[in-house]
Design a protein around this ligand. Structure first.
Ligand SMILES: C[S@@+](CC[C@H](N)C(=O)[O-])C[C@H]1O[C@@H](n2cnc3c(N)ncnc32)[C@H](O)[C@@H]1O
Length: 329
């Protein structure tokens, strides 16, 4: 399996670990994905009969409904069935909605699309159906970007606090960064109108702007040469590796959010080539990549004139290439 594919290959259980309430963040191992194309087991009769119960608040917390929900999830192959059951029960307004949630989950819909949010960088990020679910590994981009924006490393002139989240999807990276580092001017862009609509829900709150279009094309020209930091998680799964991705990603996230071209690096080439026009001198380009693709991403960025550093986090299973645009002399 290509590493680039692996970077988006979170199983249901490992992705789900992001939205466990604090203190329930079990160490996650890759689990058995649920959601075969034929669908899985359906909720038990007990849960079905409770779905018409008017006093949902009582039934939600009844051990029978909870254990039926857990049983259905577990039968469908869900490793963290109990934690998922808590989230589904917490999110459903009534028994009928719970039943609908459960049926969709058993059919393989991502949990985040069902409950409508993902925990990313300590934020509850809205994630609409069809939009790429932010992965925990991408928190490394936020960590590194925040350190650069705060740190003014090496005594350089202060970094311009204009930040662009390119290929923003839900806008998770920019929104989390704005929360982490005060006073940034945030801009985000994506080509997918569904993602742009979703990103507005997350980025508006941070006072940011979201634009729709191909890479840099929709950004306001006034940002040319003014951007302090470009944070990018663009598609980087090699085309052929997409067929090996879990059903959950292949079926419920858009193809354009995954497909990075033949070697997975098509977007990295285009982004690195365009970045010098937009970055201020001393600005940074951060691109998420996979461990296996990191050298390739780094070579592309070096060829575009950046000084390169590769950062990897075992804990987050994330890799970011950080490129510094040379200061004007
Ligand atoms: C891997 S997803 C990452 C989304 C988000 N950055 C995150 O980490 O959750 C890649 C995103 O790139 C967007 N995208 C694909 N091609 C694009 C293009 N040519 N211009 C802008 N965005 C693009 C997709 O719509 C998708 O939302």
């Amino acid at each position: 399996m290509a590493e680039g594919g692996g970077s988006h290959h979170c199983s249901i259980s490992s992705r789900y670990s992001r939205i466990l309430p604090e203190g329930r963040q079990a160490r996650v191992t890759r689990g058995v994905p649920i959601g075969s194309p034929k669908g899985g087991p359906v909720p038990t009769p007990e849960l079905r009969s409770n779905s018409t119960n008017a006093v949902f608040s009582a039934s939600v917390f009844s051990s029978t409904v909870f254990s039926d929900t857990v049983a259905s999830l577990r039968a469908a192959g869900c490793v963290f069935a109990e934690d998922e059951a808590h989230l589904l029960l917490d999110s459903a307004a009534d028994p009928a909605e719970l039943l609908g949630f459960l049926e969709r989950r058993v059919a393989g819909y991502p949990l985040e699309h069902i409950i409508g949010w993902a925990d990313f960088g300590g934020l509850r990020v809205a994630v609409d159906s069809g939009v790429f679910v932010p992965r925990r590994r991408t928190e490394l981009v936020v960590d590194e970007a925040a350190a650069l924006l705060r740190g003014n490393p090496g005594g350089r002139r202060p970094l311009a606090h204009v930040v662009v989240d390119l290929c923003c999807g839900s806008g998770a990276v920019g929104a989390a960064l704005a929360r982490r580092v005060g006073g940034i001017e945030l801009h985000a862009a994506d080509i997918d109108p569904i993602a742009v609509k979703c990103a507005r829900r997350n980025v508006d709150e941070a006072g940011g702007q979201v634009y729709e279009g191909d890479l840099y094309e929709p950004l306001p020209p006034r940002l040319l040469g003014k951007v302090g930091l470009l944070a990018v998680n663009a598609p980087y799964v090699p085309t052929e590796a997409i067929s090996m991705m879990p059903h959950e990603a292949r079926e419920h996230e858009s193809r354009i959010s995954l497909d990075g071209g033949a070697d997975g690096l098509t977007f990295h080439r285009r982004i690195a080539a365009g970045a010098p026009d937009w970055l201020a001198p001393g600005g940074y380009l951060l691109i998420e990549t996979s461990e296996r693709q990191a050298e390739g991403t780094a070579s592309i960025m070096a060829a575009a004139g950046f000084s390169i550093r590769i950062v990897h986090s075992e804990e987050l299973d994330g890799t970011v290439v950080i490129g510094l645009r040379a200061q004007a002399t």
